[in-house]
Write a protein that binds this ligand. Structure first.
Ligand SMILES: [Fe+2]
Ligand SMILES: [Fe+2]
Length: 131
């Protein structure tokens, strides 16, 4: 499944949020490379709950290692929120996305000191993300 097919699975609300983020990033960075806009458009793709086979189990393992297993294993909003970055990065890896697109999905709710994405790009993506 490629990036376009992942996009097709996103809810209307998530797509509207993603397009707004991408527009702000496009303005802030002056028409950045495609992979950066893909990072903006697909950073919340992990909120799509389908396709959770082995990748989701891997994610659950990683999250359990980080801590707070009880909250993170919940099926409600909190658990979903906490898991969606890693679920998303795994989906994007499987879709053949560029490294910056995969990395930003994983990192977009982490503190800046944990980002691996180029700081100029990451700060623009973070500033544009209002959820
Ligand atoms: Fe998010
Ligand atoms: Fe977001």
């Amino acid at each position: 499944m490629g990036e376009a097919a992942l996009w097709d699975q996103m809810s209307g609300a998530d797509r509207r949020h993603a397009v707004a983020v991408a527009r702000r990033v496009d303005d802030a960075l002056g028409h950045p490379e495609r992979a950066v806009l893909a990072a903006a458009l697909l950073h919340d793709i992990g909120k799509v709950d389908s396709g959770m086979g082995t990748p989701a189990r891997v994610v659950a393992t990683i999250v359990a290692m980080v801590g707070g297993q009880r909250a993170r294993s919940g099926t409600g909003r909190i658990g979903r929120y906490l898991r969606h970055p890693l679920i998303g990065s795994d989906l994007l890896l499987g879709a053949g996305s560029e490294p910056v697109t995969v990395a930003w999905a994983a990192e977009h709710h982490l503190p800046e000191r944990q980002w691996t994405v180029d700081p100029v790009i990451a700060r623009a993506l973070h500033a544009a993300d209002d959820d």
